[in-house]
Write a protein that binds this ligand. Structure first.
Ligand SMILES: [Zn+2]
Length: 397
């Protein structure tokens, strides 16, 4: 009898989480830069307004912070039984859908999965949070700590939502004891990942007919010398001792130049991606890289900094990290990809990247999350927030 009851309670939690994820998937929120005809450009703002309404209906104190024109972070606060804070960053934008083979926004629940764009990255985590807030409201429970849920914009492209959230917290002198950055990690506590510096470099030459190359200045040749210098710098980086996050990498990723087979090229553009480890400061890495490029290119260059983000690293053996590992049954790891976690060193004492479902299902032609993963992460949140493990809806009637 007791076993049957607990299975029923578990199924109710699974369905409640799945329904919330499905609702979220049905509101397109493709990041505006990738919004094609299937998605429309205003979805991120629309989902933000809906989340603000849900937070309000679920008893949250709601705050809205404009981040970029027409794009706002939404914050919900639920007061706990202590003055301490727990925080979550959950981004509300998704990548584009134009290449999807599956219907992107039907949010169908099938084969113990929820399907659609954002299902795993990262509406899964927001769906769990909404389901648990709903349970808290239905049962009149208060969490052990103040909960601050930040539904942030612009994670996938510009990365402006997270630093805005961090400044919003700092302005209110909120420092979270612990913070989860929600991303699909299969419920693995991820305690570190590299940062990134990205540069767009324009090499300026002078056009001439290739029968008289001495009249021109060849931007492609100059860029080639620069690429070799960058590659030598990458080789040097590999000789440094590895940090817990591994080695720094420097990779020239894109090169464009030239207009015709008989023309000395007057311009060449180069994109450079530099992965940053935790012993480095991204801004210093950027400054040094610009200087290295200037010193090693025989022609003038113009550099645009597209990204300049620190690594995230927190020791994997802290008490909280061990607790998360116990709850999930998976040891803490570091990850190869980047997240919003870099933004919060001053407003969260401890950070972890963690959420249901696999990154392998993110950004693809189909996207889904396993409902069993939703339930697993929901139990981790329940323990973290200090709320009841299970609520039997039948008991309330
Ligand atoms: Zn994500």
């Amino acid at each position: 009898m007791e076993e049957w009851r607990s299975r029923r309670v578990e199924m109710q939690l699974e369905m409640q989480c799945a329904e919330w994820v499905s609702r979220l998937v049905q509101i397109p929120s493709v990041t505006p830069d990738q919004a094609g005809p299937r998605a429309g450009e205003t979805g991120e703002a629309a989902i933000g307004r809906q989340i603000a309404q849900w937070f309000n209906e679920l008893g949250g104190e709601v705050h809205v912070q404009g981040v970029r024109p027409g794009r706002a972070n939404v914050y919900g606060i639920w007061r706990g039984t202590s003055e301490r804070w727990l925080a979550v960053d959950v981004h509300i934008d998704t990548v584009g859908v134009e290449q999807m083979s599956d219907p992107p926004f039907d949010g169908r629940i099938e084969d113990n999965r929820v399907y659609g764009r954002g299902a795993v990255d990262t509406k899964a985590s927001l769906g769990i949070i909404l389901a648990l807030l709903e349970q808290m409201q239905q049962t009149g429970q208060r969490p052990a700590y103040n909960l601050l849920i930040g539904a942030t914009v612009d994670e996938e492209i510009g990365t402006t939502g997270a630093p805005a959230f961090a400044s919003w917290m700092a302005a209110r002198q909120i420092v979270a004891e612990q913070m989860i950055i929600a991303e699909p990690t299969l419920c693995t506590p991820v305690h570190g990942h590299k940062g990134v510096v990205r540069l767009l470099i324009d090499v300026a030459g002078k056009a001439a007919h290739s029968s008289q190359p001495h009249r021109g200045q060849n931007a492609v040749v100059a860029a080639a010398r620069l690429v070799l210098a960058l590659d030598a710098e990458n080789a040097r980086l590999q000789t440094a001792p590895a940090t817990p996050l591994g080695h720094a990498y420097l990779t020239p990723t894109v090169i464009h130049g030239g207009v015709g087979i008989n023309v000395v090229p007057d311009a060449c553009q180069l994109f450079v991606d530099r992965r940053v480890v935790e012993t480095e400061d991204a801004h210093t890495v950027m400054t040094n890289l610009v200087a290295l490029a200037q010193a090693n290119c025989p022609l003038p260059i113009e550099v645009k900094v597209q990204k300049d983000l620190d690594a995230f690293y927190q020791p994997g053996d802290s008490a909280w990290m061990q607790q998360l590992a116990d709850w999930s049954g998976i040891a803490p790891e570091v990850a190869p990809y980047g997240t919003n976690a870099w933004a919060y060193p001053n407003v969260a004492r401890e950070r972890v990247v963690m959420g249901p479902g696999s990154i392998d299902q993110a950004h693809g032609a189909t996207e889904w999350v396993e409902i069993s993963q939703l339930a697993k992460m929901a139990h981790i949140y329940q323990q973290w927030w200090g709320i009841a493990e299970s609520v039997d809806r039948n008991d309330e009637r």
